[in-house]
Design a protein around this ligand. Structure first.
Ligand SMILES: Nc1ncnc2c1ncn2[C@@H]1O[C@H](COP(=O)(O)OP(=O)(O)OP(=O)(O)O)[C@@H](O)[C@H]1O
Ligand SMILES: [Mg+2]
Length: 265
């Protein structure tokens, strides 16, 4: 948990000052429509947020934020001297509210996956801040041999989280392109459950393994560092896992066949 230790930081803006530009059109993105802005500000206050810190790797206009997607703008939020991540629904998002995403994140949390959900409202979701880099950036900074054990343990951890989601019956829905949906801090955290479902058959392990080892934007790098099996064999191993019971023993067998078990380190 990041604890607030800022003094006179000009990126720290009190909630009451968000009504003015340039903050208003970031909080009510893409434009500061009055009634939408009023709703969001009232909700932010009800959630207990005292101020917002405009700081992060993404820029909107002249302000920095943690991230910007099709559904939301994510900013650092301060409450009770703690810094959390606040996802604010975009006015042009194709979702009526943050309720479904919060519900799925809570289910993921129940099996120890995802940033911990603090609270939510129609337009806002407050969660644990994950101060890391997305998987793609993290991987691009890894060097070959000396990092193989670290990468292997991160990959194993991601797949183990996927298995727990599978077991719980929740499909994340976007792990076949995991580069932006996994943030690596000291361990990997799966984010963004807005496309999740408990109605589809969960395919988190196989989708994410496909991304990591086969077609994903970083799979060549993963394959090179971990010296994993040739593609045809991975496809075969994943197919066999897909038609297995997908329980603890079949998952252990999958890790063994992918040479991801600890004894390979
Ligand atoms: N809890 C968090 N802590 C830190 N950064 C976060 C957190 N949640 C999201 N982010 C950052 O904000 C970005 C956008 O978040 P998210 O993917 O949830 O939004 P989205 O609108 O659903 O995006 P997309 O259109 O890509 O699906 C993420 O890629 C990540 O960089
Ligand atoms: Mg999303």
């Amino acid at each position: 948990m990041e604890i607030l230790s800022l003094q006179n930081d000009c990126s720290l803006i009190n909630v009451d000052d968000l009504v003015a530009e340039p903050y208003a059109s970031v909080i009510s993105y893409p434009k500061a429509d009055n009634s939408n802005l009023d709703d969001i500000l009232a909700e932010i206050k009800t959630l207990g947020v005292e101020s917002i810190i405009f700081e992060g790797p993404t820029r909107i206009g002249g302000l920095e934020v943690l991230g910007k997607g099709c559904v939301g703008i994510v900013v650092k939020a301060v409450l009770n001297d703690r810094i959390m991540a606040l996802k604010v629904r975009r006015a042009d998002a194709n979702r009526p509210s943050m309720k479904a995403e919060a519900k799925f994140l809570r289910i993921a949390n129940s099996v120890g996956v995802g940033p911990i959900l603090e609270s939510y409202s129609k337009n806002c979701m407050l969660m644990e801040l994950v101060p890391g880099q997305n998987l793609k950036e993290w991987l691009s900074k890894l060097h070959r041999k000396e990092t193989a054990p670290l990468l292997r343990s991160i990959v194993r951890d991601i797949l183990d989280q996927c298995r727990r989601l599978d077991d719980r019956g929740i499909d994340h829905g976007e792990l076949s392109n995991a580069s932006k949906h996994v943030i690596v801090v000291d361990r990997p955290i799966i984010i963004d459950f807005e496309s999740a479902s408990t109605k589809r058959r969960p395919r988190n392990v196989t989708s994410c393994a496909q991304y990591l080892f086969l077609g994903g934007s970083t799979s060549n790098r993963v394959a090179r560092i971990l010296r994993i099996l040739p593609e045809e064999q991975i496809i075969k191993v994943l197919r066999q896992y897909g038609s297995s019971a997908q329980d603890g023993p079949s998952f252990a067998e999958l890790l063994r066949r992918l040479k991801l078990t600890k004894k390979n380190e």
